[in-house]
Design a protein. Structure first.
Length: 110
């Protein structure tokens, strides 16, 4: 996704995540959908990072490979972006093993 003045960045600052318990990282403006364009995240434990949305914690089919302890992964762009299934769905982050997550995600709202 090319840079626009409407690009939104959401920081993930030392967020403790228990495996299987997704934590909110982006709450879109009321009535809007998030459009995830990319991410840069690091983890404190060996695990994979998963992105989910909404109250049912539905997978948005974005998952990293297994990262090592203090591993970092970066995705410059997700082709076309990943748009939430419904307005007001919150973007969440989950892990496959308990970890502290840091970094940021970016995209837009529509």
């Amino acid at each position: 996704m090319p840079y626009t003045s409407q690009m939104i960045y959401k920081e993930i600052a030392g967020l403790a995540v228990l495996a299987g318990t997704p934590q909110a990282i982006w709450t879109p403006t009321a009535g809007k959908k998030f459009k995830l364009a990319g991410f840069h995240v690091g983890v404190s434990a060996a695990c994979s990072v998963l992105f989910k949305e909404g109250a049912a914690n539905t997978s948005i089919n974005v998952r990293t490979g297994l990262l090592g302890i203090n591993g970092v992964v970066h995705a410059d762009s997700l082709p076309g972006g990943i748009v939430s299934a419904a307005a007001d769905n919150v973007l969440k982050i989950d892990v496959t093993a308990n970890a502290t997550v840091h970094g940021f995600v970016w995209g837009s709202e529509e």
